[in-house]
Design a protein around this ligand. Structure first.
Ligand code: RFL
Length: 402
């Protein structure tokens, strides 16, 4: 084990200080460290928490290519499973899309995010990378100048400071990097007005497809995670606490909305995680403010309806690593100057598709004319996806693509 303890109580230095040990920060840390760049990762949580936080599971083909390119895909190559089919269940019947054979003919790899994070962390530490757990970044100061300072607090509340050439904000949507952006930074935010109850169940997958069910009672989703774990989603009234529904109610809602009477039973299993997810999107623009650069959820949050967040995080981390290496190793800052625009092109594409998915899967409740309009549009979209090969190719390209 080469994990080093760093004390935040004194001024420490690194060329790149990375805030956050999620997919973005750890991919970036691995790439920079492999290129000989002096970097450190500062992580608020402890190692166990980081390695056990269950979130994403569907990795895009490009994510696998990036991780492969840098020798970081061994675990997902060994344990991840290819996935390429969706099943849609609606009031007008059901249909399946073999999306892996449509569009660019790419598949997802199903591999739990916590396993990916564990692989990235283990690789980084084994290579001698520096990380400080239980070290919360408070702010990034003097980002407009040549050496930003990251102020931190350790688990006992002791303050410290890191001086760097660059600070990489990979600390998510509520992290210190976003809080340190200058006044006037553009933040595009959209609340889609829909919430989900996200569930992890100790149950084998019940279908060989991602299941999307549109029902008058609300949306329900089924996604495989491992041979023994399934993620379910239920559309949920905004503001309802995660523990409001007893397990019997959850089972009944899943059965109703997934139409098990028609399509066969679900494996319910014991529910081991419940999270309320308000479907929101936001984007920071630009992603660079002097020597502070954002990546992953810190840069943009695509609503999880399209499973893009972890995939964007890995893509952006690679682009940022390349740009920082060009600058620090070769004195060429042109890639850093282009970093924000390059990422934003991918981000807005992902945002557009996530927005389309939200409209496709839900329709606003209520008897007014507007909801009739949205509901009719939703049904028309479903019918178009069911019958149009062109629409199916478009869906496949955007669903797996990044
Ligand atoms: P992360 O993973 O949130 O990691 C940020 C890290 O920063 C730490 N941190 C701080 N550290 C130091 N100082 C501070 N002040 C700090 N503040 C925070 C945190 O402890 C954490 O360790 O961000 P990153 O790296 O940008 O990665 C983003 C992804 O985690 C996220 O986009 C995905 O999980 C979204 N997502 C999915 N994405 C996909 O690509 N495919 C999926 O199938 C998928 N499914 C999902 C998802 C997100 C979900 N939730 C819970 C919103 C399913 C769900 C239910």
């Amino acid at each position: 084990m080469t994990e080093r303890q760093t004390s935040p109580t004194v001024l420490e230095t690194a060329d790149v200080v990375i805030l956050g040990a999620g997919p973005a920060g750890l991919t970036l840390g691995n790439l920079l460290h492999a290129a000989g760049v002096d970097c450190v990762v500062l992580e608020r949580a402890d190692r166990t928490h980081v390695q056990t936080r269950a979130r994403a599971g569907f990795l895009a083909a490009n994510t696998v290519r990036v991780l492969d390119r840098h020798g970081l895909a061994e675990g997902l190559r060994r344990h991840g499973r290819p996935h390429g089919v969706c099943e849609f269940r609606t009031e007008d019947g059901s249909f399946r899309l073999d999306y892996g054979a449509l569009g660019r003919r790419e598949q997802h790899t199903v591999y739990p995010q916590q396993d990916l994070v564990t692989d990235l962390l283990t690789h980084y530490l084994d290579a001698g990378g520096r990380i400080a757990f239980e070290t919360e970044a408070q702010s990034v100061q003097e980002a407009a100048g040549p050496r930003p300072t990251v102020t931190v607090r350790d688990a006992e509340g002791r303050p410290g400071r890191w001086s760097a050439r660059y600070a990489a904000g990979c600390d998510g949507r509520h992290g210190a990097a976003r809080r340190s952006l200058p006044a006037g930074t553009r933040r595009y935010h959209r609340d889609h007005g829909v919430s989900w109850l996200g569930l992890l169940a100790e149950a084998p997958p019940s279908m060989d497809a991602v299941g999307y069910a549109m029902h008058p009672a609300g949306f329900a989703g089924h996604m495989a995670r491992t041979a023994d774990i399934t993620r379910y989603y239920l559309q949920y009234e905004r503001g309802t606490p995660a523990d409001a529904w007893p397990e019997e109610r959850i089972r009944a809602e899943l059965d109703l909305r997934m139409r098990t009477a028609e399509h066969g039973p679900l494996h319910h299993g014991r529910i081991v995680q419940r999270t309320v997810i308000d479907l929101e999107s936001d984007v920071i623009e630009p992603l660079r403010h002097g020597s502070l650069l954002l990546a992953g959820d810190a840069a943009s949050l695509p609503a999880p309806a399209a499973a893009k967040g972890a995939n964007l995080a890995v893509l952006e981390a690679e682009l940022l690593a390349e740009a920082l290496i060009e600058d620090l190793a070769h004195g060429d800052s042109r890639a850093l100057d282009r970093y924000s625009a390059r990422c934003l092109a991918h981000i807005w594409r992902a945002q557009d598709f996530a927005h389309w998915m939200i409209q496709f899967l839900h329709s606003p409740a209520g008897p007014d004319g507007e909801s009739f309009f949205h509901e009719s549009m939703r049904r028309s979209r479903v019918e178009s996806l069911r019958t149009s090969r062109t629409h199916q190719d478009w869906f496949a390209e955007n669903y797996v693509g990044i």
